[in-house]
Design a protein around this ligand. Structure first.
Ligand code: IMP
Ligand code: MG
Length: 177
């Protein structure tokens, strides 16, 4: 596949610096019984980096992953969100930090938060690397945000367009029509 050039929005170094700073913010605010819940697939790169920065910030998090169905393209709305692949462990009694790549409509994170609360998590907080302000369908805010970005379609560092570009080591913008 011949790919277009992907202009960077955030470089590898900028992301690394921000993720380290986010881990410090988490360490200041979150209790010790920490369970990181990464939402797949989009969060896997961010979650892996954040987890190691949490260690450097003095925390000893556990980690698990959850795959929720998407509802088609990020631009579509409607449709039910279902669990495609569940957590391996219980979150009961844990201070859960849900980690996702990007907060847009808020449907995915709203569903994930309700699920964690229903399953008896002691607390549930949300960390996203990116958020697009003004795009929310659900009343939800993230407790920790890496960068607020304009309403452009971004890829890389785990984020995809139709299953591609997750491996880019930086975050870039593509124009989809
Ligand atoms: P929400 O449920 O509308 O908040 O959407 C969150 C999900 O939509 C993310 O986890 C991504 O999978 C996807 N998404 C939203 N915006 C983008 C983007 O700009 N690039 C890649 N994926 C995106
Ligand atoms: Mg996603």
């Amino acid at each position: 596949m011949k790919r277009p050039e992907i202009p960077p929005l955030f470089s590898t170094d900028e992301i690394a610096d921000r993720v380290a700073a986010m881990a410090q913010e988490v360490a200041k605010k979150m209790p010790s019984n920490l369970m990181v819940v990464g939402l797949l697939k989009g969060s896997f790169v961010f979650a892996a980096d954040l987890l190691r920065e949490l260690h450097l910030a003095g925390l000893q998090p556990q980690v698990d992953f959850l795959t929720l169905s998407s509802y088609g393209s990020a631009r579509q709305s409607g449709g039910r969100i279902e669990v495609i692949s569940d957590l391996a462990e219980s979150v009961a009694g844990k201070d859960v930090l849900i980690v996702d790549d990007i907060l847009e409509s808020g449907r995915t994170l709203h569903h994930a938060r309700e699920l964690m609360q229903k399953r008896g998590a002691t607390s549930v907080r949300i960390a996203v690397l990116l958020e697009k302000p003004g795009k929310r369908d659900m009343a939800i805010t993230a407790d920790f945000v890496g960068f607020s970005i304009p309403d452009r379609f971004v890829v890389g560092y785990g984020l995809d367009y139709a299953g591609h570009y997750r491996e880019l080591p930086y975050i870039g913008v593509i124009d989809i029509h």
